[in-house]
Design a protein around this ligand. Structure first.
Ligand code: CO
Length: 248
């Protein structure tokens, strides 16, 4: 899992360096396909429930699961969510980030900061004998304080030999969650956070999720191992943003 995670993180970072104004999201997917192969991996998304692309490339109001298209051109001021999941030697690594292109709107930057903060908050609670519900609730608690909202249509997940394993990892304190975290569990923690309303819908391509109000959405994800001590991020990378101070 560590090897798969490190490969997924490296590929995500390399794909991110290719994102720039003027290229299409299909080109980003092609770059990713090459990198996945060059690292001895296969896409964990391609063919999953008939998903037709190698990674997810989602712009602005697209929340997750954007399919690369040659007609979808990246522009200055866009935010580009990249989600990369790979198999390596039968194990999955899954991670995502949001890439700002050129100068982005200051409120959108704060959205990215709050989302990255919420991922870190959740990871800090990924400890042996902690409650999964508290981990999940920490995401909503933090982003709500900044005036942002949590997407409820999609959740994080356990990950291992398969992309999606138990338990579900929602980004809110769902009362149905009873799981106690134990050393050895591996979670894909993935806050999906909206600037406006949390409501999302899926486009006619059956995959691309967009915000109903058309305002931007942000997504960061890590694969995280629970240990007897500190959580181990299996998909390590440097943070994009600095933490956003909480309003008083
Ligand atoms: Co995931």
């Amino acid at each position: 899992m560590r090897q798969a995670g490190h490969a997924a993180a490296k590929i995500l970072g390399l794909v991110a360096t290719h994102v720039r104004a003027g290229i299409s999201t299909a080109e980003v997917d092609r770059v990713a396909a090459d990198l996945i192969r060059e690292h001895g991996c296969t896409s964990a998304f391609l063919g999953y429930r008939n998903y037709p692309a190698n990674i997810c490339v989602s712009l602005n109001d697209e929340v997750v699961h954007g399919i690369g298209r040659s007609s979808r051109i990246i522009r200055d001021g866009d935010i580009v969510k990249l989600d990369v999941g790979v198999y390596l030697n039968g194990w999955v690594g899954d991670n995502a980030t949001t890439v700002p292109v050129g100068d982005i709107d200051p409120d959108t930057w704060r959205l990215l900061q709050a989302t990255e903060d919420s991922l870190d908050a959740a990871i800090s609670l990924a400890r042996h004998n902690n409650s999964l519900r508290d981990l999940c609730g920490s995401v909503e608690k933090l982003v709500t304080r900044h005036g942002f909202t949590v997407v409820r249509q999609f959740v994080g997940h356990g990950v291992g030999r398969r992309l999606h394993e138990e338990p579900q990892v929602p980004n809110w304190a769902d009362p149905s969650i009873r799981t106690k975290l134990k050393a050895g569990m591996i979670l894909a923690i993935e806050p999906m956070i909206n600037m406006g309303r949390g409501k999302t819908r899926v486009l006619a391509d059956n995959w691309t999720a967009v915000t109903v109000d058309g305002r931007p959405s942000s997504h960061f994800e890590h694969t995280v191992l629970i240990t007897q001590g500190d959580p181990e991020i299996l998909t390590p990378r440097a943070r994009l943003t600095s933490p956003l101070p909480l309003p008083s």
